[in-house]
Design a protein around this ligand. Structure first.
Ligand SMILES: [Zn+2]
Length: 114
């Protein structure tokens, strides 16, 4: 069972990499052709909302670029960080590819467990 599980994870990872490349492809080509930039989504580590990178508030925390939907979220996030010393700055894991991968894996796990 464990080996089978690992196998699914490896397959899932490979498939999601391919998917990510395929999804990224057209927007990159579009970027070369026109002036339009691909809309990259970033996650607000405080309220967990996905926002376009262009309109997000950027703040460098602990060597990582964190993006927030509003100044209020940024403030609250920093307050939370001060309060909880072991609070993990989770903005590093908000990358698009990783989000796609985790969604894919979650769906895959649902299929296996069904
Ligand atoms: Zn927010």
């Amino acid at each position: 069972m464990m080996t089978r599980f690992t196998f699914y994870i490896v397959i899932g990872f490979l498939l999601s990499s391919v998917l990510y490349t395929l999804m990224k492809g057209p927007s990159l080509r579009k970027n070369v052709k026109g002036k339009e930039e691909p809309e990259e989504l970033v996650q607000d580590p405080y309220c967990r909302t996905y926002i376009p990178k262009r309109s997000a508030m950027k703040k460098r925390i602990d060597g990582k670029d964190c993006h927030f939907c509003s100044a209020e979220c940024l403030k609250k996030y920093l307050e939370k960080m001060m309060k909880e010393r072991d609070f993990n700055a989770s903005c590093a894991s908000s990358k698009n590819g990783l989000f796609l991968f985790s969604t894919f894996l979650r769906n895959l796990l649902k299929q296996i467990t069904n």
